[in-house]
Ligand binder design. Structure first.
Ligand SMILES: O=C([O-])C(=O)C[C@H](O)[C@@H](O)C(=O)[O-]
Length: 308
């Protein structure tokens, strides 16, 4: 049995910043277990709502079932008490079910359902896919609305009614009309989290849409900055948020936007910049160039001189 009931998990997650740790790789692209332990210990030593391993930033889409098991079980053994660990499920329905069941046995407290790979879907197909995963586990499950998994309000509401272990909706698209429809249809039955790339960019606006928290990829390498940003958002301190957007987040986006898939690569580059190298990204992603790495080092040095 998972340590958190789905309802307790939602309560714990909704009011804290959510960490999405990278998966460190060696130069030969194997999972680097000792670097993983060190990184998870460091991340979970901060005041966070939960730790989502093998998510998008954790390159969950590039991990085999056995590698994902290793990452989830390492996290479950490593993080300090009181920080829930969530695994991920991806790929076709049978594969996603396998990942969900593996995460549960490996000690996860919850699950993030990533979009299925490649194909387009209908709402009936998407509902059947999510339903199969929800039925396969007792874990609290969060839907990730992104890529080929764009859930209509009716689909989310019908899944929420049928499956008590559906606890949350994570948005990676930023369609305000869709969000208004989903939150109006499901209200307090679910909790809502922002999950657009570099989620800080939208956090204050999305708070007004009912999204009380978000996944912070930059928390990987600038945890104190990311936590202060989150506190500013929750306090609705628009001036402090704008200052941090201007001084760091927007110039960071300029570097991130130089390459497709850099939303993840730039996080590993950030770790390199602060002396906590987590190795390269796996194909199909590619790492930042030496010039881009230098630009990022300078930017990080401008907001956190002690970190570089
Ligand atoms: O699954 C994930 O890693 C994400 O949700 C993506 C990031 O955490 C995103 O929110 C970001 O880049 O801040």
């Amino acid at each position: 049995m998972p340590e958190y009931s789905p309802a307790d998990l939602a309560e714990t997650l909704k009011d804290g910043l959510l960490s999405f740790p990278v998966t460190p790789f060696t130069e030969s692209l194997a999972v680097d277990e000792s670097a993983l332990v060190k990184h998870l210990e460091w991340q979970s030593s901060y005041d966070i709502g939960g730790l989502f391993v093998a998510g998008g930033t954790g390159e969950g889409f590039s991990l085999t079932l056995e590698e994902s098991r290793l990452v989830v079980s390492t996290a479950a053994e490593t993080v300090r008490d009181g920080v829930p660990v969530l695994g991920s499920a991806t790929g076709n329905t049978a594969q996603a079910v396998e990942f969900a069941q593996m995460a549960e046995t490996a000690g996860a407290d919850g699950l993030l359902l990533l979009p299925p790979y490649l194909t387009e879907t209908t709402q009936e197909g998407l509902r059947a896919h999510a339903a199969a995963v929800l039925e396969s586990t007792d874990l609290g499950v969060i839907l990730y609305n992104r890529a080929n998994a764009i859930y209509s309000a009716d689909t989310v509401a019908s899944l929420a009614e049928a499956y008590p272990n559906l606890i949350g909706f994570k948005d990676g698209v930023g369609n305000f009309e869709q969000l208004a429809r989903v939150t109006a249809a499901c209200g307090d039955r679910l909790f809502y989290l922002g999950g657009l790339p570099t989620a800080e960019t939208y956090a204050l606006s999305l708070l007004k849409m009912g999204m009380s928290t978000y996944s912070s990829a930059m928390f990987n390498f600038l945890p104190e900055f990311a936590l202060e940003f989150y506190r500013n958002v929750r306090a609705e301190d628009q001036q402090a948020v704008q200052e941090k957007l201007r001084d760091f987040v927007l110039p960071y986006l300029d570097i991130r936007d130089r390459g497709n898939g850099y939303g993840v690569s730039i996080v590993k580059a950030g770790l390199r910049a602060v002396g906590r190298d987590a190795g390269p990204v796996r194909p199909p992603l590619r790492d930042l160039s030496a010039e881009e790495q230098k630009m990022l080092n300078t930017l990080i040095g401008s907001v956190a001189p002690a970190a570089v």
